[in-house]
Design a protein around this ligand. Structure first.
Ligand code: 6LW
Length: 557
């Protein structure tokens, strides 16, 4: 019996490179976290269709340091495995994304482990391997040997070969030390010059090697090889490769990077990444603001070869069964009343110092702004959540009196440090004849303003709006749909709900989805849009905190 019907994506919002295990009745799944901290989000399900974030494997600064990554840097392609009562996550972390150009910046693979996946604090410190590469996978053979496979530029390339030439290499490793115990051998390269995302399994008498081929964009696909001898091969390519490939006119695109799991009834399933761009007309598409998300397909075995989704294209409605709603509630609210931040808030980069508090002003998230701008590669004081629905509304209430004209706090729609858009509270002297350093609160000309900052280079202008009160809290709002619309209103105690006072909102700016999804000038766009809260000083310390009273995130569809 197949599991319950489901709707794709099974995990919406940016969640690529999914890797999955089943332990008795429970499924656990991990996805790539890139430049965001904590890293390696772990999801749980009992039916493969409804998933819940239960924690992260990389929660301590001693485990992961991501300091000034290019967009798309950080932790790539985590593989989750369970062996003899222990969970392992194996990955690599890029600071700079130039794999095509320079072997010297390729990261070492590493793993972390735990016996209790429900406790994020229990994950070990990393053990590093001595092999460079990305998309690491671990496989335990029956004789006890542990195989590490990963992607790297082809060893021993012939002169003139495509510099990209990403291919799968494998060696045995000593898990205690991370040291290789055999030479790395090339086991899979493809005519597309890109083989990555390897996962190895044993089923019956065969070893199976699954690989993502053709790059993660429109050429993306999934292939399989099998061997009846060893993970070193020889490997026989599947007769029906690729197992999946959707075209540029399909509602679901860029499918690939699969990992497999067998359910308790003996059915097999694959989780993989895909994107869902929005069709604007017959042949016009708008890029997905979610980036690459996690999808699920059925796997059947014919002559001991896997068949994905019964050989059909992957779509949003799984094998035309009844849709199941995603398990995230329509309105998600954080009132910052718990002693710890709720799961699902992310920092960009590994923070260097404690710059927030949930206890100093109970019922508020208090942020002490770092002395960086949002467009800097360093770590800003910023807390982000993934956008999971196209149509949604974000609202927060902010209490903030800036200490200098360099300080700002507010709410942001974020893709990366090149492309983001914010609305925040600042100080301004209208005469503009004083340097910001001279500004003091005694100056009666001083204004507190709202500043809307569109993405740099978007062609839109900064908009400023004077607040009537110097001390009022301000409600900041973002409406998401085919564009992001930014608004605010000053808060009075009489008006708690934003919906009641919607008509008083002053809408100061908007940015089209096309702008938010433009590729960064350096690095890679591997992630999706997030919404968040920030406080900043432009290379100056922020001596007054920004206090956020709540976030309501209402998802419509
Ligand atoms: C992932 C790799 C890839 O590790 O994108 O283009 C990387 N290919 O398989 C980041 O998701």
């Amino acid at each position: 019996m197949r599991a319950a019907s489901f709707a794709n994506p099974i995990i919406p919002g940016f969640n690529p490179d999914p890797s999955i295990v089943r332990v008795n009745h429970d499924y656990f799944l991990v996805t790539s976290s890139f430049e965001y901290f904590p890293g390696a989000p772990i999801y749980h399900s009992t039916d493969l269709a409804q998933w819940k974030l239960i924690g992260h494997a990389l929660t301590r600064t001693s485990q992961i340091q991501i300091q000034t990554p290019e967009p798309g840097g950080g932790v790539w392609a985590t593989t989750l495995r369970f062996h003899n009562g222990t969970f392992y996550i194996v990955a690599a972390s890029f600071e700079h994304y130039r794999p095509q150009e320079d072997d010297r910046v390729w990261p070492l693979g590493f793993y972390v482990k735990t016996d209790n996946i429900w406790d994020s604090d229990s994950w070990s410190e990393p053990v590093y391997f001595d092999q460079v590469g990305f998309d690491q996978d671990l496989f335990w053979d029956d004789d006890g040997a542990v195989y590490l496979s990963c992607t790297r530029r082809k060893l021993h390339r012939t002169p003139g070969a495509n510099l990209k030439d990403f291919a799968i290499h494998i060696c045995t490793v000593n898990l205690e030390t991370g040291a290789s115990t055999s030479k790395a051998r090339l086991i899979r390269d493809s005519t597309s010059a890109v083989s990555e995302g390897s996962h190895i399994f044993r089923r019956g008498k065969y070893y199976y090697l699954f690989t993502a081929e053709g790059g993660t964009e429109s050429g993306h696909s999934e292939c399989v090889c099998r061997s009846d001898q060893s993970p070193f091969g020889p490997w026989e390519p599947g007769p029906n490769n690729p197992l999946c490939h959707n075209g540029g006119q399909d509602d679901v695109q860029n499918v690939g990077h699969a990992d497999l799991v067998e359910d308790e009834q003996g059915n097999w399933w694959a989780v993989l990444l895909a994107v869902r761009p929005v069709r604007k007309s017959e042949d016009k598409w708008e890029s997905s603001v979610f980036g690459r998300e996690t999808f699920l397909v059925s796997v059947d075995w014919v002559d001991d070869w896997p068949v994905f989704n019964q050989g059909r294209k992957i779509c949003l409605e799984a094998t035309s069964q009844k849709l199941v709603k995603h398990n995230d509630s329509v309105v998600w609210t954080d009132r910052f009343s718990a002693p710890k931040l709720e799961l699902g808030w992310y920092r960009k980069n590994t923070p260097r110092k404690q710059d927030f508090s949930l206890t100093e002003k109970p019922g508020y998230l208090r942020l002490y702004g770092a002395p960086y701008r949002l467009c800097d590669p360093a770590c800003p004081t910023m807390f982000l959540r993934k956008q999971t629905h196209r149509s949604c509304k974000w609202e927060t209430r902010l209490s903030f009196l800036p200490s200098t004209a360099y300080t700002e706090a507010g709410t942001v729609v974020w893709m990366d440090y090149f492309t983001h858009c914010s609305i925040g509270i600042r100080l301004k002297h209208p005469a503009n004849n004083q340097t910001a350093d001279d500004i003091t609160y005694k100056d009666s000309h001083l204004q507190r303003i709202i500043r809307f900052s569109p993405p740099a280079g978007s062609g839109s202008d900064i908009v400023e709006w004077q607040l009537t009160s110097f001390h009022s809290d301000v409600i900041l709002q973002v409406e998401c749909g085919s564009k992001y619309r930014f608004g605010f209103r000053e808060f009075s105690d009489k008006s708690e709900s934003c919906d009641k006072d919607q008509d008083q909102t002053i809408w100061v700016g908007e940015v089209a989805n096309e702008v938010m999804t433009r590729p960064p000038p350096i690095g890679a766009q591997f992630t999706g849009v997030m919404l968040g809260l920030y406080a900043l000083g432009e290379y100056h310390p922020c001596s007054t905190p920004a206090d956020f009273h709540h976030v309501h995130f209402t998802n419509y569809g």
